[in-house]
Structure formats: C-alpha cells, structure tokens
Design a protein around this ligand. Sequence first.
Ligand code: F6P
Length: 324
Amino acid sequence: MKRVAVFTSGGDAPGMNACIRAVVRGAVYHGLEVFGIRRGYSGMINGDIFQMSSHSVSNIVQRGGTILKSARSKEFMTPEGRAKAYDQLKKFDIEGLVAIGGNGTFTGATLFFDEYGIPTVGAPGTIDNDLYGTDHTIGFDTAVNTALEAIDKIRDTADSHDRIFFIEVMGRDSGYIAIQSGIAGGAEMVMVPEVLTPISEVIETLKSGWSRQKSSSIVVIAEGEEAGNATEIAEKIRAQIQSDIDMRVTTLGHIQRGGIPTAYDRILASRLGLGALEGLMNGEQNVMAGIINNELVYTPFRDTIRLPKPISEDLLRMVKILSV
Ligand code: F6P
C-alpha cells in the first residue's frame, strides 16, 4: 500500500485532531503518501481531497473539533453517492482509508468495501462511548469532564437556593456520559436509557434526601432516557410530588462536544490513530482499532455496529448507595 487517506465523519469529538495527527505522522514515518478528505463522506463524493505532510498536522494535538471538518452524508448512503466517491478516490489512487467516527461512519465503510473493495480501518471517535470493541472512544473523557465541570457549578447554585436540578447530558442512546459525570459529580440519581428507572423511584430518592435535610439534589439524565427529556421528567415529578420545592432544568447540549481534549483523550487518540494506520498497512480491513484492558485490538465493523456495550449495573447501584 502506497497511498492512504484519512477523514473524520459524524459528530465531532475532542481528540479527533490528535488522531488525525497520529495517522498522518505515522504514514510519513512509514514512507506512505497520505491524503486528507474534508467533511467525511461528503468530501469524498465531491473530491475535496488534498495531500498532507507532517507539517499539515503541526500544532493541532491540543485543539478540539477536527481540522478535516465533519459531516453526516445522506448521499453516501445511496449507491450513486458511493459510486461518485469511488471515482474520486481512483483519481487520487487511494488504496486504503482510515475513518475516524462512529457507527454511521463504519456502516458506510462496510457498504463501500462490499461494492468497491477499498479497505477501511476505523478509529472510534465519538463522545458517546457507545462502540463495542473499545473501552473508551475518543472524546468521551473530555465530554465527561466538561459535563462534570458544569455539574459542579450547578451544585453551588443548587445548594445556595435549596433546589433540585435536572441536568440533561448527551450520549444519543447511551448512558455512559450520564453515569460517569453523575458519579463524579455526586448526583443523587442518574437516569440512563439502558436501565428502566421508574419515576416513583426518583421521587422516593428525592424525598428521602429532603427528610435528611439535604439542601440540594441533582438528577443527571441521559438524553436517550425513555421517560422523556429533562424538562418532561421534571414536569412529571412536579405533578406527582405536589410540593412547591424549587426545581430547575439545565440541558448541557453541544458544549460537551467541544473544548481542549484531556491528556487521556489525546493519548488514546494517538494510539488509535497509529493503530488504525498500521493495521491498514498490515492488511486489516473493515475493522475498528480499539483499546481493551490497555491492549490494542481490532474488532470487525459488523460487531462494533451490532453488539451492545452495556453499562455496568454496579455503577448504577453505587450511585444509589453513595447518595444516602
Ligand atoms: O454522537 C454525538 C452526539 O453529540 C450525540 O451525543 C447527540 O445525540 C448527537 O451527536 C447530536 O447531533 P448533532 O450535532 O447533529 O445535533
């Protein structure tokens, strides 16, 4: 393999730049020509492809976002879109791809390989930590720390006013950001999509806190929670408790996607970027590089896409115990 290309796709995540840097510098080290594709599959379709050098990735290891930009391409999900993308890659003689992204990105890569035989190795880049085949995804640790900083600040004001706060965090269908930021922030309750939490249980926990003179309570809610979003859950609780206790709702939103990546994310991203590139060079195809128990492993895309990554019930049990 002489020529490879790298791109970022789907929701951006802090640490993606460190990952791009590792792919590019790894390729230069191994004597490969390396290209960047802007805006994920959209850029592949439109031929937004350019040659990169060691210098192209200077001074980016510490930056959030992605210098290659990102997109979710509907066109690539059509056979016509993929045909256009293949024509563009052929123009540049690109023989292999490193895709930094999540489930949607790897689904696209699998279809593309089946039709055109261009191999892809993935690096898991998403704040959601919802990919089977790696303990952590790039950006997750930074997002948890961003959410935690917000929870700590909210705790100050919640405590001053004796209020209950419902804080909604991102994660799509996954509760990883919620559980980790909730534990670290001392939340009284964490609601995640993976485990059913009856509203009655939330009310019971909150009431038991008041009876013990707790001056503030924080409920962290994952955005994919079945009972509804944070506002809906707060309303349901207000209707049922018939008390005039002060409640507020905060939705953290996209601040969780940006910011300076933590050291953990930069190191993880560097290992996964280099691991993906070297995997591609060694003949891996349609697999995602991941780190499990500190070891680099490759997991087929079909498994990363299909298999669930359950949250430890022990962690949820711990939230209950530690909020007494
Ligand atoms: O997958 C990352 C993520 O931030 C999810 O947590 C969230 O559900 C989604 O992307 C938001 O997507 P968008 O940026 O397109 O609104």
